[in-house]
Design a protein around this ligand. Structure first.
Ligand code: UTP
Length: 294
């Protein structure tokens, strides 16, 4: 098992985003904006804060705009320069990744998250890597992935971020079974995807952030389709759990599932209220809207 530094992060962005049709007919859901930044930008920033140096995007059909987003836009920049728009130019240069620090590979068919992760195997190579599901954006003092990397330095092996949910919601998620306490987390002794109501081993759900060892690729290469007829990452991780340690990082910040309509709207509200330039306006409008409901 490799216990080296986590330098690469994988972002699976090849899903169809059917819950956001018709918008996702032409716009990848990862490019939908929360306030004024696409969802994918929040997740890349989280990875940068955690010390990630290389960003691997597993894309699919109609996702070319994600690659363009992380590139220079000559015409726009020339126009901004000619108009002396320094603030806007600074915004553009601040989001541009270092040359050579991004890789894009294709998942030709959306066969499931496990398959999307497997598509990154040659780029990741034989080293531990972070996996971030871009639907989930997070707000906390120390980013979720940074907390995981700190825990990983103590625990080694594989680390999965978890959060507590209400017991009646556990059937919607991947749930872990807890063992002994380790730092900001605990050893994982089992995992179950969407347990039937009342059968869950805990209320700790997997929230979309992982640090995985490269042995997962070999397991995924022979992984059969599972729930929803998709190649499931959880099924692969369950096999890896028989060979390697898995530790849960108990994340205590806010998480917004922007792949669901309510989560997307709440993310916009929460991040807008965090922005000094628009907070006052948004807060006043929200208060007026809510009082009109009563
Ligand atoms: P979701 O389960 O949210 O699926 O995938 P989806 O297709 O994106 O959205 P809906 O359910 O149809 O609305 C979780 C993450 O895994 C990626 C998605 O892009 C998303 O970031 N994914 C999923 C892939 O890259 N490939 C797949 O085959 C499936």
């Amino acid at each position: 098992m490799t216990a080296g530094k986590v330098k690469k992060a994988v972002f699976p962005v090849a899903g169809l985003g059917t819950r956001f049709l018709p918008a996702t007919k032409a716009v990848p859901k990862e490019m939908m904006t929360v306030v004024d930044k696409p969802v994918i930008q929040y997740v890349v920033e989280e990875a940068i804060e955690a010390g990630i140096e290389h960003f691997v995007f597993v894309t699919g059909r109609n996702k070319g705009v994600i690659e363009d987003y992380f590139d220079i836009q000559y015409e726009l920049e020339a126009t901004l320069k000619a108009r002396n728009k320094k603030t806007e130019l600074n915004v553009l240069s601040s989001i541009l990744p270092k040359a050579g620090s991004t890789s894009f590979t294709r998942q030709q068919e959306p066969l499931g998250l496990g398959h999307a992760v497997w598509c990154a195997r040659d780029i990741v190579g034989h080293e531990p890597f972070a996996l971030l599901l871009p639907d989930m954006i997070m707000k906390s003092e120390v980013s979720c992935l940074k907390g995981m990397v700190d825990l990983y330095e103590v625990s080694g092996g594989n680390v999965i971020a978890v959060e507590e949910c209400a017991p009646e919601l556990a059937h919607r998620y991947g749930i872990v079974a807890p063992g002994e306490k380790i730092g900001e987390g605990f050893r994982i002794t089992g995992m179950v995807e969407k347990p039937p109501q009342g059968t869950q081993p805990s209320n700790f759900f997997i929230n979309g952030r992982y640090i995985l060892q490269p042995e997962i690729f070999e397991i995924l290469s022979t992984q059969e389709s599972g729930a929803g007829n998709e190649i499931q990452l959880t099924d692969g991780m369950l096999k890896l759990l028989k060979q390697q340690n898995f530790t849960a990082y108990h994340y205590r910040g806010e998480t917004y599932d922007t792949g669901a309509k309510d989560g997307f709207i709440m993310a916009n509200v929460a991040f807008a209220l965090d922005r000094p330039d628009i907070r006052g306006l948004v807060e006043a409008d929200l208060k007026a809207l809510i009082s009109a409901l009563k």
